[in-house]
Design a protein around this ligand. Structure first.
Ligand code: CUV
Ligand code: SF4
Length: 630
């Protein structure tokens, strides 16, 4: 293991500054410039006190005008806005999950989409009480896909996946009346409740926010994760690289961006095709490099080792390298800025989904039936674009780190198997991890998740928090853009064990893992839910008793609020570095940071001072340890 030299945020910022110089040369806009135009932000919006859900408004609450025209007070307005925000996120994750179910429904032994993990499919089928004996695996896949799709609209009952939670958690959900019913129903009910003249009682709005969140995490997102594994394989540890330096100036560079692996998997498949590589060579390139941005990058990194070019706020940077032949996107977190920006370069901005259509893009509509030919068309388009590159605009920052990724729940359990002094057989359980935690070798765990946000120095919070956590023997599991921040910095290099406290370092050596474990994309936070559920069952402790917390220091999307709600509702204290537009209502603040604890044994902490945020997390973990007497 070589010496580790982390990539600092300062170095990343210097690289960005250099890329922005290229941008200035070609007259490109950038988020750094647009932020200036939008600052200061609207105070009413920022505090969540503006209501425009009916046409008598918009109404904004001030000391002189404490109620809207309908008489709604500030708490009702902030609460409705919060619920709508959640519903947007729950709908988005869940619809992604639904697309995956549709892909599974179309899987064929000789088709573009196959069942790569039949054992997992059978395991889930048994869990759901679906007969598997003597059934063709594709018949089973189709039956399971249809059953999963029914979870979105079934008229009666609650989500099937809830049964995976410890009984105590299920009882809390039942008693608080937040067990999610059909996924689409929770989204629709949320919008109904937030309609003019429905709920304005914060308690009711918060309750439904948790329920809609749970419909995401223990519903739609879990479908997304589990059936993506069935289709594309359950991730196992593998090596890759991260940061802009993974792009290759000699090759055709295709960047995949978005969330749905149905597209990115196919693009990667064709980019590896000898016929396509020969085609790239015929265009003057040495080969084809696919790299990724945002969560679709996490998906293909975890399953194929495809390198990660960057996270959310680096999406413009990949185009600014001047070496991106095509940026191919599906859904979510895609800057509409990529259209005009790509016009300043030779880059093709290829949109593929009816869900995410944007001006100044080439729309190559992608669907399951034509996936293979469309993916081939995309790869060929990129190859043909190589000759249009302007060499004097090409600058790829020489900056990348090694990363070991692919810690699905299954892989994690397998990897930690050896790390135990136990005399009893603990294989296939989380018991080795529990032993490490109870003995104090590891103090606890933090789930680091979520986006970047210009309100927080990008990546700085993610990276600094993680460094401090691992130095304090707290293991980090990461997903989404937080995972990519870690990978870019070098924290997913196994050599990062040297940054850990003695206990965690020892565990990293024994298990041969990095101290920050890549668990996947944002929908894969459902993997973290499964992990805590199993930790709870294997330890006999309630989830809320485990020395585990969640953190989204730089979050920005509606999805992140939906996630926060289901993480809290699962019993995990959650720490946010950005306020979810609730500062305007003391009652909403009270409900989210304290009130919900009576229902689900966990709550939010909002702390925009990053130094304080990490100390609060460490304190919380130590409090939980003290309460357990460990
Ligand atoms: Ni889905 S939601 S910016 S890509 S983590 Fe990244 Fe993750 Fe936020 Fe988007
Ligand atoms: Fe104003 Fe009430 Fe209409 Fe909202 S619902 S815009 S507060 S009148």
């Amino acid at each position: 293991m070589g010496d580790l030299k982390l990539t600092t945020v300062e170095e990343m910022e210097a690289a960005t500054a250099r890329l922005l110089e290229t941008g200035a040369k070609v007259g490109a806009d950038a988020w750094q410039l647009r932020v200036k135009n939008q600052t200061p932000h609207c105070k009413f919006g920022e505090q969540g006190v503006c209501c425009r859900i009916c046409a008598m408004g918009p109404c904004r609450i001030t000391p002189k005008a404490p109620r809207g025209i309908c008489g709604c007070d500030v708490h009702g307005i902030v609460g409705r806005n919060y619920l709508k925000f959640t519903a947007g996120g729950a709908a988005t994750h869940s619809d992604h999950g639904r697309e995956i179910c549709h892909t599974l429904y179309e899987a064929k032994p000789d088709g573009a989409y196959k069942v790569k993990d039949p054992e997992k499919l059978i395991r889930i089928a048994k869990e759901w009480g679906v007969e598997t004996e003597g059934k063709d695996i594709y018949d089973l896949a189709h039956e399971m896909a249809e059953t999963a799709l029914m979870e979105y609209g079934k008229p009666f009952g609650v989500q099937r996946w809830l049964k995976r939670a410890p009984e105590h958690t299920q009882k809390l959900w039942h008693d608080a009346e937040i067990e999610p019913r059909a996924i689409d129903r929770e989204v629709a009910t949320s919008l109904h409740m937030a309609h003019m003249g429905c709920s304005s009682l914060p308690e009711a709005l918060v309750r439904q926010s948790l329920r809609a969140g749970l419909a995401d995490g223990w519903g739609g997102s879990m479908c997304g994760t589990e059936f993506s594994d069935v289709l594309f394989g359950t991730p196992k540890p593998l090596d890759t690289e991260a940061n802009l330096g993974v792009m290759n100036a000699d090759n055709v560079n295709i960047v995949v961006h978005g969330h749905d692996p149905s597209l990115s998997e196919m693009v990667c498949e064709y980019a590896d095709d000898p016929e396509m590589i020969a085609y790239a060579k015929s265009m003057g390139a040495k080969g084809i490099t696919v790299s990724g941005v945002c969560c679709t990058s996490n998906e293909v990194a975890m399953r194929r080792g495809v390198p990660m070019a960057g996270n959310f706020l680096q999406q413009e940077n990949v185009v600014l390298t001047g070496a991106c032949e095509a940026i191919v996107v599906d859904v979510q977190c895609i800057f509409p800025a990529l259209g005009p920006l790509s016009k300043c370069f030779h880059t093709k901005f290829i949109t593929t989904s009816p869900i995410a259509q944007m001006p100044d893009s080439d729309y190559i509509r992608f669907d399951v039936g034509t996936a293979a030919e469309k993916a081939k068309q995309i790869v060929m388009t990129a190859c043909e674009n190589f000759k249009n590159r302007k060499p004097d605009l090409v600058y790829i920052p020489d900056m990348k780190q090694k990363a070991t990724v692919g810690y699905s729940f299954e892989a994690l359990v397998k990897t930690l198997d050896g790390v135990t002094n136990s005399q009893v057989d603990v294989t296939g359980t989380t018991k080795p991890l529990i032993e490490c935690i109870t003995s104090g070798v590891i103090r606890g765990a933090v789930a680091m998740v979520g986006c970047n946000n210009p309100k927080i120095r990008p990546d700085y919070a993610h990276i600094e928090l993680m460094k401090k956590l691992i130095a304090n023997d707290i293991v980090v599991v990461a997903s989404g853009c937080s995972a990519q921040a870690a990978a870019k910095a070098g924290l997913m290099d196994k050599a990062a064990k040297d940054l850990c406290g003695a206990g965690l370092k020892r565990v990293c050596e024994l298990a041969d893992i990095p101290p920050v474990l890549h668990m996947g994309s944002c929908v894969d936070i459902s993997r973290m839910m499964i992990l805590v559920a199993e930790l709870s069952k294997d330890s006999g402790l309630n989830i809320s008793q485990l020395p585990v917390v969640g953190c989204a220091p730089e979050w920005m999307s509606e999805k992140a609020v939906s996630i926060g709600n289901y993480v809290v509702a699962t019993g995990i204290d959650t720490f946010l570095g950005v306020d979810p537009y609730v500062a305007g209502s003391s009652e909403m603040g009270q409900w989210l940071t304290e009130g919900v604890r009576d229902w689900v044994e966990a709550a939010y902490t909002v702390e925009t001072d990053i130094e304080k945020l990490v100390d609060k997390m460490i304190d919380r973990i130590e409090e939980k340890r003290t309460a357990l007497g460990i």
